[in-house]
Design a protein around this ligand. Structure first.
Ligand code: AMP
Ligand code: SF4
Length: 464
């Protein structure tokens, strides 16, 4: 996942604004946070730390830091271990000056790039795939940093949204397939770039537009100039899971409100998979918007019958199965008197390993509930993601290993139904060929059937 944020101002201190932008994007990563800027001596500077934004960074220090441009990152690791060394932005002072990069996504040809670069003498400081972009850039000392960056990006494959700090200005780039979101915002003469538009509201900035797939934007005293990467893709692959789970409901991605998409998923679930029940409840917060849509469509009340401890972070983020299981119990708890002797429909956005559903349902069973129907507002997740989301390998995905009946029995529900792929796409409201649905249907990048995975290269066939 990961969240990235960049700010440029012709005359003010923006490092604190990056801190605030990252706080608004905290849901996209809780492992580490960092901010980078170029100081008066033309050197790159950064503060990075493990944990949440307020644990990792000092707001008061950033508020006093003079910087016309700064970038920041909240990390949720997919490539590379969770440690301070892999925290971003990745920074360097190379032959042509300072550079810092913050990345959301996953490069699918990282292993090949790393091998090639190491053969050329590159020494990698981290295990993060983002460092390959920095190394590719630094290996072109005769070009200007911006030109070197454009050429470096022509070499990488897979999913990336980037904010980059160069002496030439603040750069924002989105891969040609457009996997992950990236938006441009503005307040007066200040410009902002963020993974999600929700980060602009906090700063009083307004959403200008999405950065387009394959677009590289340079922001400096000349304003905003747009460049196009030398590679293009006929087919776009925007991550449908952003609408299902990752993005904040108050964000608008590609012109579609995340809240409305989730609400519509719930309505469609009620139409296709409705069941008799006294009330609808959600796994908070991930299932709440869809549960509201379900309840509205079905004409039965929504009850906030499962309570979330708001001081405990996302369970999935915890690295081990043991901690993950404990985390669900710490985080979610049912109201016994609402469930006792009543039939309910429980809505969540997705089942990955099945841990959350199993544990919450067992807690509800202890309340002597009459009937419990589980409804999931996305299709079964059967395939791993190679584009920046930490879905496990197929061996750990409940829907890849077990039949619908087996999962229903294992999680302890009276019935279990999923939203269909078609309904999910229609609820999002974007053309089907502009969305990635690979974790649901195994249709990975490469319309010719040649899958692009973290192990295999695309070979170029997919480009126009
Ligand atoms: P699980 O317990 O493994 O079945 O995970 C399902 C729960 O994790 C659901 O409540 C989702 O809201 C949430 N979830 C789904 N995908 C992810 C992901 N890639 N990262 C973090 N949480 C997720
Ligand atoms: Fe998103 Fe799934 Fe595609 Fe990964 S595989 S980019 S999670 S839709």
């Amino acid at each position: 996942m990961c969240g990235i944020f960049g700010a440029y101002s012709p005359d003010s201190f923006v490092a604190e604004e990056v801190y605030l932008g990252l706080a608004a994007l905290q849901h996209r990563g809780q492992e580490s946070a960092g901010v980078a800027w170029i100081d008066g001596g033309r050197r790159i500077n950064s503060i990075k730390g493990m944990g949440l934004v307020h644990e990792a960074l000092s707001q008061s220090v950033l508020a006093k830091t003079p910087a016309k441009a700064a970038i920041g990152h909240v990390r949720y690791s997919t490539a590379g271990a969770s440690m301070l060394q892999n925290a971003q932005p990745i920074c360097a002072n190379y032959a042509k000056g300072p550079v810092a990069i913050a990345h959301n996504g996953n490069l699918t040809n990282f292993e090949e790039l790393r091998a090639t670069l190491e053969n050329r003498g590159a020494i990698f400081q981290s295990t993060s795939d983002t460092e390959a972009i920095l190394q590719l850039l630094a290996h072109q000392p005769r070009r200007s940093p911006f030109d070197a960056l454009l050429r470096a990006l022509a070499e990488v494959r897979g999913a990336y949204c980037l904010v980059v700090l160069l002496e030439e200005g603040l750069v924002a780039a989105r891969d040609p397939w457009g996997f992950r979101p990236l938006a441009l915002g503005k307040r007066g003469d200040n410009y902002y770039v963020a993974s999600e538009s929700c980060a602009f509201s906090l700063l009083g900035a307004s959403f200008v537009r999405d950065i387009e797939p394959g677009e590289v934007v340079l922001i400096n005293s000349d304003g905003v100039t747009s460049h196009t990467l030398p590679i293009t893709s006929a087919r776009k692959w925007f991550c449908s899971f952003e609408y299902v789970y990752f993005a904040r409901p108050d964000s608008v991605l590609l012109g579609r409100s995340v809240y409305r998409a989730r609400h519509e998923m719930g309505k469609r679930l009620a139409i296709s998979e409705g069941v008799d029940a006294d009330f609808v409840a959600a796994f908070p917060d991930s299932g709440t918007n869809a549960a509201l849509g379900y309840a509205e469509q079905a004409g039965i009340p929504f009850e906030a019958a499962v309570v979330r401890n708001r001081y405990v972070g996302r369970t999935f983020i915890q690295p081990t199965q043991k901690v993950r299981e404990l985390g669900v119990r710490i985080k979610l708890s049912p109201c016994p008197e609402l469930f006792r002797d009543r039939a309910s429909v429980l809505v969540d956005d997705s089942i990955v390993r099945g841990t959350t559903a199993g544990l919450v349902i067992s807690m509800i069973r202890e309340c002597r509930s009459r009937a419990l129907h589980l409804r999931i507002s996305s299709p079964p997740v059967r395939y791993p993601c190679f584009y920046g989301i930490d879905t496990p390998s197929s061996g750990d995905l409940a829907a890849a290993k077990y039949s619908l009946d087996d999962i229903t029995r294992t999680v302890g529900a009276d019935s279990l139904r999923y939203l269909s792929r078609e309904d999910m796409i229609n609820a999002i409201g974007l053309p089907p060929d502009s969305l990635c649905t690979a974790c649901f249907d195994g249709n990975y990048l490469g319309d010719d059937g040649k899958c692009v995975t973290s192990k295999g290269a695309c070979g170029g066939e997919i480009f126009d």
